[in-house]
Design a binder for this molecule. Structure first.
Ligand SMILES: Cc1cc2nc3c(=O)[nH]c(=O)nc-3n(C[C@H](O)[C@H](O)[C@H](O)COP(=O)(O)OP(=O)(O)OC[C@H]3O[C@@H](n4cnc5c(N)ncnc54)[C@H](O)[C@@H]3O)c2cc1C
Length: 144
């Protein structure tokens, strides 16, 4: 099966069209990866999460990698990899506009917040933890 490199333009188009990616982090030499929903706009990935292992890892080491794929068939697929830096968007004046922007992009998709907010065995008191928004810069991108 012939495999070809995607152009940067094709990669960016695919990122914009998809909304589910696999976010990898590394802390203390241990890789960690989880599926997350994202929005992509203006060269950044935006996401929403409760605090947990991935956000702790990315705060400690902001180097992130995201894999996004589009699998139609075993010989008909596209795969894009992004490397960039994680930045938390706290509810402060400095990040206010970008936080609102992230929210405005993410809320275009139904129940965008649901997988990020519920955790197994949580006591249901979402207010006990502050949900957070984050961005990941798209520093390197490749696609096949
Ligand atoms: C389709 C889909 C979309 C999702 N979208 C989002 C999103 O937009 N934002 C978001 O924050 N989360 C999303 N999630 C949930 C996400 O994959 C994580 O489960 C969640 O964010 C908790 O991650 P954490 O690092 O805080 O784990 P913690 O709650 O700190 O959990 C610690 C341990 O739980 C286990 N664990 C955690 N997550 C998973 C998992 N997904 N599968 C198996 N074991 C796991 C690991 O062993 C990990 O060490 C989505 C999940 C799915 C399936």
């Amino acid at each position: 099966m012939p495999v070809r490199e995607m152009s940067e333009h094709e990669c960016l188009q695919m990122l914009a069209a998809q909304h589910l990616g696999y976010l990898a982090s590394a802390r203390n030499n241990r890789p960690y990866i989880v599926p997350v929903h994202y929005a992509f706009e203006a060269a950044k990935i935006y996401g929403f999460s409760m605090p947990g292992r991935k956000t702790d890892a990315l705060k400690d080491n902001p180097h992130a990698c995201i894999h996004v794929d589009d699998l139609a068939h075993h010989d008909q697929w596209r795969s894009v990899l992004i490397e960039g830096k994680y930045t938390e968007l706290p509810d402060t004046p400095e990040f206010h506009n970008e936080r609102i922007y992230a929210w405005s992009l993410l809320q275009k998709h139904d129940l965008w917040w649901e997988p990020g907010i519920f955790k197994p065995n949580a006591d249901g008191d979402v207010g006990a933890h502050t949900p957070l928004f984050y961005s990941i810069s798209v520093d390197e991108i490749s696609g096949r």
